[in-house]
Design a protein around this ligand. Structure first.
Ligand code: PMV
Length: 346
């Protein structure tokens, strides 16, 4: 592959936070640390074709979504490039054609910003490595995560590892506000954890995450919330190491409800759950009480519900989902996913 023309292709997964990132400072730096499971099936696949510019005209790129030109995604990618030029000045020497697609249905209410920005960052780093073959593997992934963060904060947790921490935390020495780091001491109880995503509301997000994060400035409970995230990450670290699924459930569900509580108590205020979100939560609690199966829910900044459970309970939980929860999903739609490893070169 020449350094004047060629292409790269990467897939990057979405991720689901266990301790949530909500509130940011400056250039996409988190107001509190977070930790997430990397997903496996919900992915963005992006091909980046590059050709060296013949003149020094303005930077430009073409964007295709599922092979067809897509103008409305361009401003997000333009902004991503603008933010990363300072770290990747070589980008200005090229013209790019970006062809991207998601494995999950478009406008399913599943945010593609984490997977999308992570896939972009991997491609950019492939180009950097082509231009500078000396760079080390560790630098490659760390910088990829940093670039992904500049695209969308949580995207830095979609680069590498099954469980990823982003944001400085006193008990995780390698943790950083600048990029995600792999959390590797995971107890067997959490290996192959399942995430079935119930699509309750596929509409456009009521509140963009940019607006949402901003609501944490001058939020009456912000400082206490940021402290709580540190405490919950301490607890979660111990839980993931020791395999206590009961304690896991308490933190995960409390984090989801706290995220929504922050939005209900900001000014302006928002309710992002739908009636069906609450129906599902109540059904999950009832099922858990009756069966003692350690299944729990978490939420993003929207109405969809992520159902988390161990692999060895999959058959029973999926049966429960089909019997009792599918009716609350829009057009009966749900997506079966599980813990994955991060971005992959294609
Ligand atoms: O990465 P952003 O800016 O779209 O923020 C995502 C925030 C949450 O998904 C609500 C929580 C998280 O930690 O992923």
């Amino acid at each position: 592959i020449s350094t004047t023309e060629g292409s790269f292709e990467w897939s990057a997964p979405s991720n689901i936070a266990l301790v949530k990132y909500w509130g940011k400072i400056g250039s996409q730096l988190p107001a509190n640390p977070s930790i997430s499971f990397t997903l496996n099936n919900c992915k963005t696949i992006t091909k980046l074709a590059f050709s060296k510019k013949q003149n020094d005209g303005d930077f430009s790129f073409d964007l295709l979504f599922e092979g067809k030109p897509k103008e409305d995604f361009k401003p997000k990618i333009q902004k991503f490039f603008e933010r990363i030029f300072e770290f990747c000045p070589y980008l200005k020497d090229f013209h790019f054609t970006i062809d991207t697609q998601n494995t999950f249905p478009h406008s399913s209410g599943i945010a593609s910003s984490a997977s999308g920005m992570a896939a972009m960052a991997m491609n950019v780093m492939s180009l950097e490595r082509l231009l500078n073959p000396e760079i080390k593997e560790e630098y490659f992934y760390q910088k990829a995560s940093l670039l992904a963060r500049l695209g969308s904060g949580s995207a830095c947790r979609s680069v590498k590892g099954e469980v990823v921490v982003w944001g400085e935390h006193k008990e995780i020495t390698e943790s950083s506000n600048l990029f995600g780091v792999e959390f590797s001491s995971i107890h067997d109880n959490f290996k192959n954890y399942q995430d079935t995503i119930l699509l309750v509301d596929k509409g456009e997000k009521q509140v963009s995450s940019t607006v949402g994060h901003d609501l944490m400035h001058n939020h009456p409970f912000a400082e206490r919330r940021f402290e709580q995230a540190h405490e919950n990450l301490s607890k979660m670290k111990f839980i993931l190491e020791t395999g206590n699924t009961e304690e896991f459930i308490k933190i995960v569900e409390s984090e989801a409800l706290t995220l929504h509580a922050m939005m209900m108590t900001s000014m302006p205020y928002f309710i992002l759950m739908k009636p069906n979100t609450l129906e599902i939560i109540n059904k999950i609690w009832k099922f858990r009480n009756e069966t003692q199966i350690p299944v729990c829910f978490t939420l993003d900044a929207g109405a969809n519900v992520h159902v988390l459970y161990p692999k060895d309970t999959k058959e029973k939980v999926l049966q429960f989902i089909k019997d009792e929860l599918v009716g609350y999903c829009q057009n009966g739609q749900y997506i079966c996913d599980e813990i994955g490893h991060g971005a992959m070169s294609i």
